[in-house]
Write a protein that binds this ligand. Structure first.
Ligand code: HEM
Length: 501
């Protein structure tokens, strides 16, 4: 027995020596690493890994500072909780941090890490970004799809109008599925000229997309403790494999349908655009390439926009005075009882302030998406090694009193009237730099239009006297824990408009 203990003690002693030697060596040759709180042997800081991760990391940062180097098992994780430092990551060091880590949670639904959001930095990712920027989300194409967005918005308003119980009485509605349908339909109409509400066949695809969002993205303990991956306690792997094959067959079905169409007809959809590119270069733009691209866009676009709209409506219901002001702005700017249009959005700064506040206080991706350094770099005088995961705590940064004042945690759309600096110097709900969200313009148009129309067309109230519960749930984006249920009735001045759509 004594011999065993002596053996273990010797190994631990040698490990300690090795660690000491290597850290002294690192300091000598590579510069000083960022500060790191005390950690445990082997697991590093994994014992601190509690969900929701952005709250745990906020607490750590308020204790140890805005730049922290953590060790999640064998992975180095750099946590940034200051806007200035985050800007340094995505300007001076943008190329260094342009990649994504290959986390175990990305093994499913990423076509082997080849989707735009999960792809490592390199020619494949650059090619995807080029296509998205120049072909799919160019300003010309977004403009050409304005009618689709308007038509889908009308579909939502019509549904709400028809489902009301009585003209004069408030009706109860759970908003999340309605908003989700709106966003998914806008995307699917643009991608494949398909709508997914109410149709029996399509309801299945709707369930697949929705089902996919119940699985978490970045903050997954299995990503850092390989041993946990051996266990599949709740059938997660089985369900993900099923979802993956459903996505595969549905997306292939959409491609095949578009392939059958006359080329001029199919060019109107994003899949059609990709099929034209495929004709020019079939090696590069394979069906797999196209499926991976659209899976990524649907996944990245739907839940984020739905969650932001739901948070915005919840904030408004808890602040009826803001709702009144927003409606006054809409009535002032959009006369003659017509419905809001995208062109009206620049004239509605207060509405924009509400959306900014929703994204500031409840960012859809509180830690952005994880980045990974592809080369060594210097950050605020500290040395960051290649292969380090970067987590930017947008949630904490956007509630930082030094940046946002003593009322940083309060919902105040008015604050933007006093801010003269460019907003990107204060917040980054869509990220920044090379990996910045490519769907930002589309999301801004959609959210402005949808929120504006809901406020313009209906009166809204909370169910009962209780405030809307603002607890956050765990998930790929940061949805509300309890779906928002609200009361609504058409505004008398908008009944004619609503009846006509
Ligand atoms: C409120 C709505 C949205 C928010 C708040 C949002 C936010 C973000 C954020 C924070 C990132 C990560 C940036 C980083 O890595 O630093 C991202 C990436 C991405 N977003 Fe969005 N997004 C929204 C809507 C959309 C929409 C509508 C689409 C497209 C339909 C979209 C497509 C993507 C894609 C493809 C990426 C990955 C980019 C890459 O890795 O190169 N997003 N988004």
């Amino acid at each position: 027995m004594d011999a065993i203990f002596s053996g273990i003690a010797l190994i631990l002693f040698l490990l300690l020596l090795f660690k000491l030697f290597s850290s002294v060596n690192t300091k000598k040759t590579k510069g000083v690493p960022p500060p790191s709180p005390p950690s445990l042997p082997f697991i590093g800081h994994l014992h601190l890994f509690k969900k929701p991760l952005h709250h745990t990391l906020s607490k750590l940062s308020s204790r140890y500072g805005p730049l922290l180097l953590l060790h999640f098992g064998s992975r180095r994780v750099l946590v940034v909780t200051s806007h200035t430092l985050a800007v340094e990551c995505f300007t001076k060091n943008d190329l260094a941090f342009a990649s994504r880590p290959r986390l175990a949670s990305g093994r499913f639904l990423t076509y082997g890490y080849t989707t735009i959001g999960f792809s490592p930095y390199g020619p494949h990712w650059r090619s995807l970004r080029r296509i998205v920027a120049h072909e799919l989300f160019s300003s010309g194409r977004l403009q050409s799809l304005a009618d689709t967005r308007a038509a889908e918005l009308k579909c939502l308003l019509r549904q709400l109008f028809q489902e009301r119980t009585d003209k004069h009485v408030f009706t109860r509605v759970e908003l999340r599925p309605k908003l989700f349908e709106l966003i998914l339909n806008v995307l699917m109409m643009s991608i494949a000229n398909k709508r997914y509400c109410g149709e029996e066949k399509s309801g299945r695809f709707f369930d697949i997309v929705r089902g996919t969002f119940t699985f978490s993205g970045t903050s997954n303990l299995r990503d850092f403790l390989p041993i946990l991956r051996m266990f599949d306690f709740i059938g997660t792997r089985k369900r993900l494999t099923w979802l993956e094959s459903e996505w595969e067959s549905n997306l292939q079905g959409l491609i095949d349908e578009q392939r059958m169409l006359d080329r001029d007809e199919s060019k109107k959809t994003m899949i059609g655009v990709m099929l034209s590119l495929q004709e020019e270069d079939p090696e590069q733009y394979t069906d797999r390439f196209i499926k991976a691209l659209f899976l990524s866009l649907i996944m990245a676009g739907t839940d984020t926009s739905t969650a932001t709209l739901e948070w915005a409506m919840s904030l408004l219901l808890n602040h009826p005075e803001t709702l009144v002001k927003a409606r006054e702005e809409l009535d002032e700017q959009i006369k003659h009882g017509r419905l809001i249009e995208e062109n009206d959005l620049p004239k509605l700064p207060y509405l924009q302030g509400i959306i900014n506040e929703a994204m500031r206080l409840h960012p859809a991706t509180p830690l952005l998406l994880p980045h990974e350094s592809i080369q060594d770099c210097e950050l605020n005088g500290f040395h960051v090694e290649q292969g380090t995961i970067l987590l930017v705590n947008a949630y904490a940064m956007q509630r930082d009193p030094e940046m946002w004042g003593p009322n940083a945690n309060e919902f105040k759309p008015e604050r933007y009237q006093e801010i003269s600096t460019d907003l990107s110097k204060m917040m980054m709900p869509f990220g920044m730099g090379r990996r910045r969200c490519p769907g930002e313009t589309l999301a801004a148009k959609l959210m402005g239009l949808a929120l504006g129309a809901l406020i313009q067309c209906f009166e809204w109230e909370r169910v009962g006297k209780e405030m809307v519960d603002m607890e956050e749930a765990l998930g790929m984006s940061m949805p509300k824990a309890k779906p928002l249920v609200a009361l609504y009735k058409p505004r008398p001045t908008m009944i004619d408009v609503l009846s006509a759509i």
